[in-house]
Design a protein around this ligand. Sequence first.
Ligand SMILES: [Zn+2]
Length: 493
Amino acid sequence: MKLFNIPFAIGLCIDDMGWRLCRNDKAVGGPPRLHGTEDPRPEFYKGIVEMAKNCGVRVQGSFIMSEFDKNNICAKPCYNKPEAPIDITEKGLNWTNEVSEEDSQIMDYVKEENAYLEFGLHGVRHGHFEGGKFHESEWANRPFRDEKDKIIGEEKNVLPWDKENKTNEVIADCYTELIRQYFTEEELSFPETFAPPHHALYYNKNDKFTTGNCLGKRGVKYANSKLTGTLKLECDAPRYGVVDCGMHLVDRRTLRRSSCGRAAENPLYFPRPVPWIETHFINFWYRESEWSHYLFNINKRKHRMLGKNTEQIHSQFVYNKFARIYNLPGKIIIDTTRVPDEIYENNLLSALVLKVKLKWNEHVETVEGATLTCYYKDQFGYSYLTLGSNEEMGRLPKGKFVIKYKVSKNKPKVYVDNAYSTFNVYNLTVNDSEVVLKLKNYGTQTIRMKCFEPKKIDSDLNILNTYYAEGFLYITLKSKSMNGDTGEVVIRK
Ligand SMILES: [Zn+2]
């Protein structure tokens, strides 16, 4: 009997991308920035993308945007006192900023490499500026803390800046205007993911005006922050996450500069799994291969996997927490009846990934009772199966499913090999005359798919080119939206 499990997916969130300067200006009322000696260069962005390509993942970048302000948007009266409740930067109405041609190219590059680097929201300037006073947090107030981020006294709450979210709305409006200099509404109306500066995010199940309320309605679906020991939430959020106005908030761990080396040598570094590893942009500079090694090693553990993208990581977190899997000879039973309704209502669940250890010459050849869409085997001998459906985002509906499987020396007849890709395949239907693939694609990347040699391929997605070689069909897609394009590819005989 083979032992399939629902692996806990872990992703990488890189905080504080988007700074153009490195120095810490806290002492003079400015932002903390990157705590280093060297300003970020375009090569460091390339290093992140190469690392992600090597690992076959789309890492989450968490972007600060004030230093990419080409048109001095941050100086506008609507974002500063007295018109606004805060000054959006330490300079207020006197803000000036210059963006060079080379800096502008960084944003072009980020747009181009969307398949491997997600553009996520961090903040405008990493802080709250009021009457010359600076707080390191931007989207909520974390009082009662000393310089070293230690809680002083009993208070563990994170508080809103004002009772009706006026401050957050101003920050979010400014962020929208800043990104509009580089992305059209169609390309990026607003980021889909969020990591708050200084772990400051306000949540209260009895209050309508939370951080999630401001950001959820603008399109943020996924958020990660340090929940354990940071937020006093009246629920078990660190373990199970929270859905706040459509925004799924989960826990993360921070790795500091010294931790990477230690972690890279020891994949058991995490005492318990959290869905997101977070660390700062500067920690990757000149150390990309060390990080690739570290990320790859996440797969070494039976019950964990290196998550391919944010949507999959959050979805897999939910399955891992709420669904049950039972292994029987030749079949498995999956029970999703305990997945909360709000997860379904807010479309937070996608296709399910299962992990199983097989012998070196063994594969899962067929699956009955579910749709096998993607399949690959990693260097540690683990196979990863994606089970999709014709439901929203390929999710499993609520219920109990009996899934029969056959292990043999053969691979499945038709499947997508997604070992090095970052899209999400939602469904795969095969009949006598055609194969239909439903997926959400990010950026420019190639589908590698085992199937017949087609006569014709149709799609509502943008296909750049296709070719067929040695039993595999290759389709290169280019998507427009930074949050991914969903569509169908019809492969005809
Ligand atoms: Zn930060």
